[in-house]
Design a protein around this ligand. Structure first.
Ligand SMILES: Nc1ncnc2c1ncn2[C@@H]1O[C@H](COP(=O)(O)OP(=O)(O)O)[C@@H](O)[C@H]1O
Ligand SMILES: [Mg+2]
Length: 1022
């Protein structure tokens, strides 16, 4: 039941009528129509009255207003029903279909467009490109199909002259992924004749500013910017009145804006993906049809010939065939004789005209079907695999020609009305009969409601052997000529007793029927008198094979593609083609089968008047429609019935979580009892009935009530499930981590063990090795043992040192200590510091180093020792130094454990100066090979000397001096700074000086020279 908009707008659902009478029904319908409330419900069926004016009901805002809402939440609308169908499809994965029925001009096609528009608007929120393209094609296809399949009729300016059923495929997310269009019985006779006031298919016309009717071609020129050459190339005039097939329609005034429509069609075709060549061919085909209509046949020597044969060459050129073949095909037909031979038979004028018309109709029909297939090939779902893409669901939209009663009703009306009978039958089946049958089956108390079942009329038309179609087919198969009169007679004799069939012969008083020409069917929607004229021809639908071959042999590939069976030669075609009525019946049966398996939604359109007026509500016309559509019965069943039903099992599956006794599983003996507990707990017991297997819910409100409780409970259930699941995940992860740690600890132990074993293996024999294992490489330790390795290496080094030191004779030890002290001070800073030599220290006492002078030195020493009481000589050697006058002199130095003496060798080593060692703060040497050494003193009077007179010219004693001094200072715990640099800064007699060393090849003796910052020591180079 829909939202109430206030009583001034009447009842939004006919179920709410106080008294269910036709008068009240119509009153409500009129009231709503007058107030522009064109939609009203009967439960879930939408009744729509054509407003014949644009009402502001369909914009983006409206779509949002209805989106995702339940039917009863908003006023009745097509959008609501579309949303319902969509929700059923998405929530319950149900295939659904929306069946739109009603008379011609009642608003079916418009309704189908709004429904499509709604579905397109609410889907694909993520704007996926492929989905957008499917939607676009689906929407645009309408425009193309309307141009080629719709025409202006007396009932409707835009009457669909074909039936359309469109399936839209949705993926599991509810987005359209493809579709398929089925078209039914195009009224192709319209190509060659139209009733007074009607037009040919829209595609044949366009309208220009001055409202003169132009051929579509001028528009083509206008739009594509082509020149008159284009018109000429197709040999067409601008005026549609020039052509036999369009001249009647050209005079018809219509409100259709052909110009706008043409633009839209061109655009739509491009969007859908028609190629230039295809579009070109489509319009060529229309040109061929127009030319065909103007052909004139005359009798010449008993056979037909063409009087305006120039047209033939135009047709041939446009169709890309030979003019000779075209003429031949138009005037002859090839017939296979019994013995497999082939003869050519000339046409009479009538036969030629008949052949030509059949050809024109057939090309148009082919073109139409080809367009539909072409669109299908674009929107067809490709590579769909339900295992990957999830379940594919379908919404079908059926917009098929409505019931028609014309002045003159022919074969097409017969088919159309039969189709409507079938759909009414489907409606009865689904809404009325099945509904009541189900109540009975389920044992629900139910008062039977009478309605008219039109199955009897369906049978009248389609029953095998006995039905009208069967009789018609038999007449067509007869070899002898069956006339219309014979056909009516046969029907009279076979169907005379049928309550819904009559003719003039059977009801002689009915003067508006002619003998042997008319028959009448009492359709569910009214009586229709059919004229049998043309029934047989239209049913046979003969098209000479020659035409098919003509088209197949065209050099235009698109045209050729439309006529594949033209490939067969006449002798290969043996089977009689099925008749038009039989084909139509099969397609209708297939359609019904397809619809039956879907959940149906109905839109029942009502035409308020025949004047296309927005203000007239023609009571009689409306009453008639309400009656034959069975709407009152529909309301009755609805009022008495139940809106929803669900098998108990399914009910519990959906709602068991809203009751503590049923969640997660109930302990009752039957599902019915469990269901009853849920219903009682939520207080819905007044609104339900319990069937044998199903629960019946009377009003949607109850269902929505259940739904909202469910929606409220679900977040808690979700939280609960999340909680459990998160716990499970955490525990699982924890177990995993524990295992990982265990594995890690075992692995670490293994690595440590492996490392230690390896270390032991490598170092096993180091004791006996010459280098005590110095050359052994350490294995890489695992990270935990890095520190351990450092310690081990340290211990190992100490052990090795111990082993080495152990073997040194004690007499060598002092020298070793000195060398170690020198190494600490100079290693890495000065390249050559004489470590390889034996360090004799007291070189002035060495007879080898100081020949002939040792006695003198010994005497000098004795004197000094007496005086200074030193206990050991640390170092003595000859040196050169700079004197006070910046001149270089030969001297000697002696370092005892007390003093640093400067001696004069020339004066028997007389001590010139004695510097207490504790006055020495540091020494500086260079990093080269020279023997410069500067003793820094606390008194800022540094001693600058270079060692000299070494026995083997380049003997290197700097390391030795540094070694003895540092060793001595270390022992005395005094600081001694050792600098390695060049130039060296120092103080000489309180002044800053810089001493720099330069090597010179030509230098024989080391020599100091004064420079502007201090001194340069020229050292003999090599
Ligand atoms: N909802 C509507 N709003 C406005 N005009 C409508 C509406 N439905 C139908 N019409 C008018 O009625 C005409 C016929 O509708 P159409 O859908 O073609 O009828 P049908 O398909 O039932 O033969 C449309 O061309 C349009 O002018
Ligand atoms: Mg229509």
């Amino acid at each position: 039941m829909a939202e109430q908009e206030g009583l001034e707008f009447g009842k939004a659902d006919f179920v709410l009528l106080d008294n269910l009478t036709i008068e009240e029904f119509l009153e409500n319908l009129k009231l709503r129509f007058d107030k522009n409330r064109i939609y009203t419900y009967i439960g879930e069926v939408v009744i729509s009255v054509n407003p014949y004016q644009q009402i502001d009901l369909y914009g983006r805002d409206m779509i949002e207003y209805y989106r995702g809402r339940e039917l009863y939440e908003r006023p009745p609308h097509l959008y609501a029903i579309a949303d319902s169908a969509y929700k059923a499809m998405k929530r319950r994965a149900k295939d659904t279909c929306i069946v739109i029925s009603g008379e011609s001009g009642a608003g079916k096609t418009e309704a189908s467009k709004y429904i499509m528009q709604y579905i397109a608007a609410i889907t694909n929120p993520s704007q996926r490109v492929e989905v957008e393209s499917v939607k676009n094609t689906l929407l645009k296809s309408n425009c193309v199909l309307e141009a080629f399949g719709n025409a202006k009729t007396n009932r409707n300016d835009n009457s669909s002259r074909f039936g359309k059923y469109m399936d839209i495929n949705f993926d599991f997310k509810g987005d359209p992924t493809g579709g398929h269009i089925n078209n039914y019985l195009l009224e192709k006779s319209r190509v060659i004749v139209q009733q007074g006031g009607e037009r040919n298919f829209h595609s044949f016309y366009q309208e220009c500013e001055r409202s003169a009717k132009l051929s579509w071609l001028l528009m083509l020129k206008l739009i594509v910017g082509g020149s008159d050459d284009l018109l000429k190339s197709l040999y067409l005039q601008r005026d549609a009145a020039e052509y036999a097939f369009t001249k009647d329609g050209a005079a018809v005034n219509s409100v259709i804006n052909d110009k706008e429509n043409f633009k839209a069609v061109m655009n739509a075709m491009k969007v859908i993906g028609f190629s230039e060549e295809e579009i070109d061919t489509i319009y060529k085909i229309l040109a061929i049809i127009l030319h065909l209509g103007n052909l004139m046949f005359i009798t010449e020597n008993d056979t037909a010939s063409i009087s305006n044969s120039s047209l033939v060459s135009h047709i041939a050129e446009i169709a890309m065939t030979e003019p000779g073949t075209v003429t031949k095909t138009l005037l002859h037909r090839t017939v296979a004789t019994g013995g497999g031979d082939v003869i050519e038979k000339g046409h009479t004028v009538q036969e030629a005209a008949y052949g030509r018309d059949a050809f024109a109709k057939a090309i148009y029909e082919r073109l139409f079907c080809w367009i539909v297939n072409r669109i299908n090939s674009v929107i067809e779902e490709k590579d769909y695999d339900p295992r990957i893409h999830g379940k594919n669901t379908v919404i079908g939209v059926l917009d098929i020609y409505g019931f028609e009663i014309f002045e003159n009703n022919s074969f097409e009306q017969f088919c159309i009305n039969y189709c409507n009978e079938k759909l009414q039958q489907l409606f009865i089946e689904l809404i009325l009969r099945q509904e009541q049958a189900e109540y009975q089956r389920e044992g629900i108390t139910w008062q039977h409601i009478e309605y008219f079942n039109n199955q009897i009329i369906v049978d009248l038309v389609e029953q095998p052997h006995k039905g009208i179609i069967a009789i018609l087919d038999e007449a067509c198969m007869n070899v002898g000529k069956v006339t219309d009169a014979i056909l009516v007679d046969t029907m009279d004799s076979k169907l005379g007793k049928h309550a819904h069939y009559t003719s003039r012969k059977l009801s002689p008083t009915e003067r508006n029927m002619e003998f042997s020409k008319h028959f009448r069917i009492k359709h569910y929607a009214g009586q229709v008198t059919y004229s049998v004229e043309g029934f047989i021809d239209k049913n046979k639908d003969t098209l000479y094979q020659d035409f098919k071959r003509l088209m197949y042999n065209s050099s235009n590939p698109v045209l050729k593609d439309m006529w594949p069976e033209g490939k067969l030669s006449i002798t290969e075609v043996t089977k009689r083609p099925l008749t038009a009525a039989t084909l139509f019946r099969s397609s209708m049966i297939a359609l019904v089968v397809n619809l039956e398996c879907k959940e149906p939604y109905y839109v029942r359109c009502i035409k308020p008047n025949d004047q296309k007026s927005p203000v007239i509500f023609d009571y009689e016309r409306c009453r008639h429609q309400v009656e034959y559509l069975g709407l009152l019965e529909n309301v009755r069943v609805r009022r008495a019935g139940f809106a929803y039903r669900l098998p108990y099992e399914r009910f519990l599956l959906r709602y068991k979580m809203i009751c503590e006794y049923t969640w997660p599983n109930h302990l009752m003996t039957t599902d019915l009892e469990a269901t009853r507990i849920i219903i009682d707990q939520h207080g819905f017991q007044q609104d339900v009935a319990y069937g044998k297997t199903k629960l019946f819910i009377r009003t949607p409100q109850t269902l929505f009530g259940l739904e909202s409780v469910r929606a409220g409970t679900i977040p808690f259930i979700v939280l609960f499930l999340q909680k459990i699941w998160r716990g499970t995940l955490a525990r699982r992860r924890c177990r995993g981590m524990k295992a990982v740690y265990k594995i890690m600890s075992y692995y670490k132990t293994f690595k440590v063990k492996a490392y230690l074993i390896e270390v032991m293996r490598r170092f096993q024999n180091v004791r006996s090795m010459k280098d005590y294992g110095k050359s052994v490489t350490w294995p890489t330790p695992p990270t935990v043992l890095v520190k351990f390795e450092e310690n081990m290496k340290y211990l190992f080094r100490r052990w090795r040192a111990r082993q080495i030191v152990k073997n040194i004779p004690p007499s060598d030890m002092p020298q070793i200590k000195v060398k170690i002290a020198a190494m600490d001070a100079l290693s890495g800073r000065r390249k050559d510091w004489g470590v390889q030599r034996t360090w004799e220290q007291d070189y002035l006492s060495s007879a080898r180093d100081n020949p002939g002078m040792t006695a003198q030195f010994a005497t000098a020493m004795k004197g000094l020792k007496c005086k200074e009481q030193f206990s050991s000589v640390l170092f003595s050697a000859h040196v050169r130094k700079v004197n006070r006058f910046n001149k270089c002199e030969d001297r000697a130095i002696l370092i005892t454990d007390q003093h640093l003496y400067k001696l004069e060798p020339a004066k028997r080593y007389k001590s010139m100066k004695a510097l207490p060692l504790n006055q020495v703060t540091g020494v500086s040497v260079t990093n080269g090979r020279d023997q410069l050494i500067i003793f820094h003193t606390k008194t800022n009077d540094d001693l600058v000397i270079c060692l000299d007179k070494m026995q083997r010219g380049n003997d290197n004693r700097i390391g030795e001096v540094v070694g003895v001094l540092t060793n001595h200072f270390n022992k005395s715990k005094l600081p001694l700074q050792v600098n390695v640099c060049n130039p060296i800064h120092c103080n000489m007699r309180g002044k800053n000086r810089t001493v720099v060393v330069e090597e010179r090849i030509e230098q024989t003796l080391p020599d100091f020279k004064k420079n502007h910052t201090g001194f340069t020591l020229y050292w003999p180079g090599i």
